[in-house]
Design a protein around this ligand. Structure first.
Ligand code: FES
Length: 341
């Protein structure tokens, strides 16, 4: 006996799979050649997230940073933790093509430099030049990096576009005591090798059909730098693009010149830094990002919103959106854990 489960994707494609009683949805899909995006397999990272449209299921462990109570009430699921109890259908908010790729590649990349770009942030520059082809990923996706000298892996969003020389950038938050942070501060030297697995995740820039609102918390900016590079290369995206960039203190802000530069390269681009705990000299926006979203403008015109940052920021913005009467919109989000990006 098995259950018939439909997997529906954002591009309109559907696949049907058979799921054995007690089998994890992710495993059943993989067994039938559909590699849903995944990372931790432990119910923590949220990468394998989907939404149940019909049918019964139960989930094993679901970390509250992967799915909030609101997500659970909306029948969002983690494919790596879901066991169906009837025929069912699930929606995955990304293109089906993301599941049919060969899966992530594991390569070694050489450290080119560690560039400290704010009090709390570094850009790690790597070169995976020995890999014969350009590493393929979509702007907004991430890689897992193995911390040299340890068995620990950390996830970081690409901060630049794929390129023939495989020169890769990652924005990394420097924690007072974190495995990657300690390595970057104390042990990292140009020329060292770092193992890397990519591409990961289902957060990427979809075709732009209406105004974009991008919301970055801290090093969540990394994912947007790749997306903005893509728009800049094409001379814009034909729609206004508004980026809100939230940090704790003003000296956490980074890549300001690069963000300013996008204004000239992406027609209709603007960005707003928001500092939650500013010093006396700060003259810009203070507080949290929802304090600065324009409900009137967002009620007047349909829009797409992309959120990338720590779970409390994502939940604060989603809570704000739920309390407003807004025009039609689509929300895409990527939460990351504090130990990671
Ligand atoms: Fe991380 Fe499923 S792969 S929550």
């Amino acid at each position: 006996m098995s259950f018939t489960v439909a997997l529906n994707f954002a591009d309109g494609a559907s696949s049907f799979i058979q799921v054995k009683p007690g089998e994890l949805l992710l495993d059943a899909a993989l067994r039938q050649g559909i590699s849903l995006p995944l990372d931790c397999r432990e119910g923590v990272c949220g990468t394998c997230q989907g939404q149940c449209e019909s049918g019964r299921y139960e989930q094993d462990y679901v970390d509250d940073e992967a799915l909030s109570p609101r997500d659970l009430a909306e029948r969002k699921v983690l494919a790596c933790q879901t066991r169906v109890q009837s025929d069912a259908s699930f929606y995955f908010d990304h293109a089906a093509s993301l599941c049919h790729a060969a899966g992530p590649l594991r390569v070694s990349a050489r450290v080119l430099a560690v560039e400290q770009v704010s009090a709390s942030t570094a850009i790690l520059h790597l070169c995976a030049g020995q890999h014969p082809q350009p590493l393929q990923y979509l702007p907004g996706q991430y890689a897992r990096l193995k911390v040299p000298g340890s068995e620990q892996w950390r996830a970081y969003s690409f901060a630049n576009l794929p390129n023939p020389g495989n020169r890769l950038q990652f924005l990394i938050r420097l924690l007072p005591d974190g495995a990657m942070s300690n390595y970057l501060r104390d042990g990292c030297q140009p020329g060292q090798l770092i193992e890397l697995e990519a591409p990961m995740g289902s957060f990427y820039l979809r075709e732009v059909r209406r105004p974009l609102v991008l919301v970055a918390g801290g090093t969540g900016l990394s994912a947007f730098l790749g997306m903005l590079d893509a728009m800049a290369e094409r001379g814009g995206c034909g729609q206004p693009v508004r980026l809100f960039y939230g940090v704790n203190q003003e000296d956490d802000l980074c890549e300001q010149a690069r963000l300013e530069g996008y204004k000239a390269r992406i027609p209709g681009f603007d960005y707003t830094p928001v500092v939650s705990r500013p010093g006396d000299a700060w003259r810009g926006r203070a507080g949290y990002i929802p304090d600065h979203l324009d409900a009137q403008a967002l009620a007047a015109q349909a829009f797409d919103m992309y959120l990338c940052g720590p779970p409390p920021m994502i939940e604060a913005v989603r809570g704000w959106l739920a309390g407003q009467a807004l025009a039609e919109h689509q929300l895409y989000s990527e939460k990351f854990l504090q130990s990671g990006r």
